[in-house]
Design a protein around this ligand. Structure first.
Ligand code: 13P
Length: 288
């Protein structure tokens, strides 16, 4: 199946009370692991690309070429959206040009009027080109690829203003944080989430910072209107732990254990296991 935008998969998720996972990619191994797992689970999937990861993978054109090539060669038939994660205004335009099927414009650090103006312009472009667009209100806490957020709770009235611009999905800060959660984390603000959904009607809401959120909180968030959940750090940690084990066991020193296809294999399997677990938790298995 060719790349699709995220509209249909998210509207279905909203109606079916489950969430579609956005898994961020960093390289070929990541992308292959996520696509194969989504296919195996018969689940729609969103591949997230931060601007930093896009640069690392030699630019957006390279990413589009790699993902499209894999979809064809691996015979991936589940819906796949290629989505810019926390894009700047310029980054969003570059991804639209390069052939992404979905973008996020993160204008949460701008005053609300500027966030509205820029989001509005990008909504018009995405509509014309058939892309989906995610906007953000109330910054997500923590740091991801140089994008630092304070971890605010979004103002539901501001969320309504942005939702009314015609975005496909809305990320609202509800006390969520990128990366590992600190031991003294207060948890998600379900009060904020409920208030945001009340103001925004049927708008699919996006939960960033999916790493380390306990399963019961994930389920409650889905029941209150979250239709897309972003996971990045958890796949990185799984990859790192499996790779460390391989090297600490001296396997890279045995035979051809130094071959990157062998050296990276345990990490790839660990990413697959993580993605599988999340797809099961989010409820998107067999919803392709
Ligand atoms: P984590 O790295 O905390 O999983 O967050 C991912 C994310 O929100 C991507 O935008």
């Amino acid at each position: 199946m060719a790349l699709v935008n995220a509209k249909e998969m998210l509207n279905k998720a909203k109606a079916g009370h489950y969430a579609v996972g956005q898994f961020n990619i960093n390289n070929l191994e990541w992308t292959k692991a996520i696509l194969l797992t989504a296919q195996e689970m018969n689940s729609p999937v969103i591949l997230g690309v931060s601007e930093g990861a896009g640069k690392y993978m030699c630019g957006y054109n390279t990413v589009v070429g790699m993902v499209k090539g894999m979809i064809e060669t691996l015979n991936i038939t589940v819906p796949v959206a290629l989505h810019l994660d926390h894009g700047s205004y310029e980054g969003a335009k570059a991804c639209i040009e390069a052939g992404f099927s979905s973008i996020m414009f993160d204008g949460s650090h701008y005053p609300i009027d500027e966030n509205i103006a820029k989001t509005k312009e990008l909504v018009a472009i995405c509509e014309e080109k058939g892309l989906s667009i995610e906007a953000e209100v109330g910054s997500i806490g923590g740091e991801e690829d140089g994008v630092v957020g304070a971890g605010e709770c979004a103002d539901p009235d501001e969320c309504k203003m942005i939702a009314d611009l015609g975005v496909t999905m809305l990320a609202a800060g509800i006390g969520n944080i990128h990366g590992k959660y600190p031991a003294n984390w207060a948890g998600l603000s379900f009060e904020t989430l409920a208030a945001v959904q009340e103001k925004t009607g049927t708008m699919p809401l996006v939960l960033h910072g999916g790493t380390g959120i306990p399963a019961d909180m994930i389920k409650k968030a889905i029941s209150l209107g979250v239709s897309k959940i972003n996971v990045n750090t958890e796949c990185q940690l799984a990859f790192q732990e499996a790779t460390r084990k391989y090297i600490e066991a001296g396997k890279d020193l045995e035979g051809k254990g130094f071959d990157p296809r062998k050296l990276l294999a345990p990490g790839v399997e660990a990413i697959k296991a993580t993605v599988k677990e999340k797809i099961e938790l989010f409820g998107s298995a067999n919803k392709a």
